[in-house]
Design a protein around this ligand. Structure first.
Ligand code: NAD
Length: 298
């Protein structure tokens, strides 16, 4: 069934996701801070709007894919935001990675207006968005999840309802913890292997086939081999996510010894100016620790 969808936030992730919804036969109206990705969506068969109000007019479903809590709060709850413009019954799905508390607050504010919400953050990176193979972790009411399921299936291959409002964000926080630690040890293994003089490409190939193999290794080994760190997933955003997971874990008394160390290394990467780079650039931090010259940013 074709749905009328407003899609707000057409960045690295939102742009290919909106395109996949167009390909699945939906009527998608995109809105973004900058115009270029809106024009690209229109060229691909979608529609464009210059404002939130324009994007959500007539929308049955509103999807947001924004950087962090402040943008989600502004776009959903702000005076000229989504809740100010949509009628009761609309389904609002926030796919950004934000704090569980903000998702719960959004759900409560929306419920007062009879608007339904899901928090549905994703994992799989830019490639996963382009290939429509994302993992989608969804918090909210089961009936709303069932209604949104065909949309999620157009975006990903692993789609799971994990609990009530905010639960999707909690699972995403765990995801970011696991990915950060994996990337850091992959970077450490790369420097170790290079220092020994073995063929790094061959080593990563064989490691990928064993117990050390992982999606992180598959998706990020080329970045590490070539030192190409165009994002992808920016270190700035992973820093935001490490703040979310360390705070959420602290609140429930869950110690994160390795996670907090990884969070410090992500913060250090940022302090060294690597925030705009892909998170595989954690390798640069390991290189700094090893006394290597790190290439200046272009
Ligand atoms: P991005 O910065 O590339 O995209 C965000 C987009 O939102 C930008 O195009 C920006 O112009 C737009 N935007 C910001 N404020 C806006 C506003 N007020 N109104 C309209 N548009 C606005 O970020 P991204 O990498 O696409 O990530 C989006 C979210 O998805 C983040 O929460 C991130 O943590 C999460 N995420 C990213 C990845 C990844 O690999 N990049 C993977 C999984 C999850």
């Amino acid at each position: 069934m074709s749905r009328k969808i407003a899609f707000i936030g057409l960045g690295i992730m939102g742009r290919p996701m909106a395109l996949n919804l167009v390909r699945a036969g939906h009527h998608v109206t995109g809105h973004n801070l900058t115009r270029e990705p809106v024009d690209a969506l229109v060229a691909a068969g979608g529609h464009g709007a210059d404002s939130v109000a324009g994007a959500v007019a007539d929308a049955e479903v509103v999807i947001t894919m924004l950087p962090a809590d402040p943008q989600v709060e502004q776009v959903l709850l702000g005076p000229d935001g989504v809740l100010a413009h949509v009628p009761a019954g609309t389904l609002v799905i926030d796919m950004s990675s934000i704090t569980p508390q903000t998702s719960v607050a959004v759900a409560a504010a929306a419920a007062e207006k009879g608007v339904r919400t899901l928090d549905a953050p994703v994992s799989g990176g830019e490639a996963g968005a382009v290939e429509a193979v994302l993992s989608v972790m969804v918090g909210g009411a089961a009936a709303d999840f069932a209604e949104a399921r065909p949309l999620f299936d157009a975006l990903g291959t692993t789609v799971v309802h994990v609990g009530p409002a905010g639960a999707g964000q909690t699972v995403k926080a765990a995801n970011q913890l696991i990915v950060a630690v994996h990337l850091q040890v992959l970077a450490e293994a790369v420097v170790f292997l290079e220092n020994t003089g073995v063929d790094l490409a061959a080593a990563l190939d064989v490691l990928g086939g064993g117990l050390a193999g992982s999606t992180v290794l598959d998706r990020k080994k080329t970045n590490m081999l070539t030192r190409e760190f165009a994002p992808g997933f920016r270190i700035d955003l992973h820093h935001k996510d490490m703040g979310i997971v360390t705070e959420a874990a602290r609140a429930v008394g869950a110690p994160l010894p390795l996670g907090t160390l990884a969070a410090q290394l992500v913060a250090s990467a940022r302090a060294n100016g690597d925030g705009p780079l892909d998170h595989s650039a954690l390798l640069r931090g390991v290189e700094r620790l090893s006394g290597r010259e790190v290439a200046p940013l272009g």
